[in-house]
Design a protein around this ligand. Structure first.
Ligand code: SAH
Length: 260
């Protein structure tokens, strides 16, 4: 999976000159069809990652294994994912580290889950609570496609509002409609020094979460923010922000568990 040569079974993305992306799993005898003709997988297998190929109609395509953020944006979705721009910040602000014991909920399409798994590594463990069986199945398929079957992911088909079973957790990340309902539970499940991070699409949700966190003497350092990422168009003639951007995704609230 990490070698420089593309092999059968690898997931790859074909990228055209207009930055359109097409994700494929390489298979001997397989054919990638698109509006610009087709490319035989056999023409890719055995070549270096980053190869340039031409389709049957002469369209130039670059072939790479997807980065985690590219995979997340291309993979099949059930629930709305957390966007890579937010995940990057979440991993830093929740201070996810190799070997950490992390709980997250819900699993959704698995975007955040695979990002946490990659950081905690084999010594860490990720617990994920999700109420919907179909979302669990899809998320596991996505995770396995990207990183193989992780031995350290424990998925629980449960309503997390009924309670968190784990104790001595290092980190809790909640991407749920009503995270404030879990503040008391989270205080019990986190070890002293642990961090809770809640991601919510509306500021009213963040406000309720902050109010609950402030009421709970076990939490301190409560802080909320959002992440704006603006791409720039840069050529010799023009240097300016792109006209379009993702202007809103969600708000992030973090807090730290005191030793009380
Ligand atoms: N973070 C995920 C997206 C999660 S979307 C990703 O990056 O892909 C929110 C998820 O929470 C949905 O899958 C939903 O089914 C789940 N959910 C909602 N309420 C829940 C509850 N009470 N217990 C467990 N999961 C819940």
């Amino acid at each position: 999976m990490n070698s420089r040569t593309l092999a059968e079974g690898d997931t790859v993305i074909f990228i055209d000159a207009k930055d359109r992306r097409y994700m494929q799993r390489l298979k001997k005898g397989g054919i990638f069809h698109f509006s610009g003709g087709y490319v035989e997988h056999d023409a890719i297998i055995g070549r270096d990652e980053g190869a340039l190929v031409r389709s049957s109609l002469g369209i130039k395509l670059a072939v790479f294994r997807p980065t985690l953020s590219e995979f997340i944006l291309e993979m099949p979705r059930g629930a709305q994912i957390i966007y890579p721009k937010d995940i990057g910040i979440i991993l830093m602000w929740a201070d996810i580290f190799p070997g950490a014991r992390v709980l997250e909920s819900g699993i959704g399409s698995g975007a955040l889950t695979m990002s946490i798994l990659r950081v905690v590594g084999e010594q860490g463990v990720v617990f994920s609570y999700e109420i919907r069986e179909d979302f669990i199945a899809r998320a596991l398929r996505n995770i396995e496609t990207f990183m193989g079957k992780p031995a350290n992911l424990i998925v629980k088909k449960k309503d997390i509002y009924e309670g968190i079973e784990e104790r001595e957790l290092d980190r809790i990340i909640l991407d749920l409609p009503e995270p404030w309902r879990l503040v008391t539970e989270a205080a019990q499940a986190l070890r002293p020094g642990g961090i809770i991070l809640c991601y919510s699409p509306t500021i009213i949700q963040s406000q309720r979460t902050c109010i609950e966190l402030k009421k709970n003497e076990k939490f301190t350092m409560i802080s909320s923010f959002e992440v704006l990422m603006r791409n720039w168009h840069i050529t010799e003639q023009s240097v300016r922000p792109e006209h379009r951007m993702v202007a809103h995704t969600g708000f992030i609230t973090t807090a730290r568990r005191l030793s009380l």
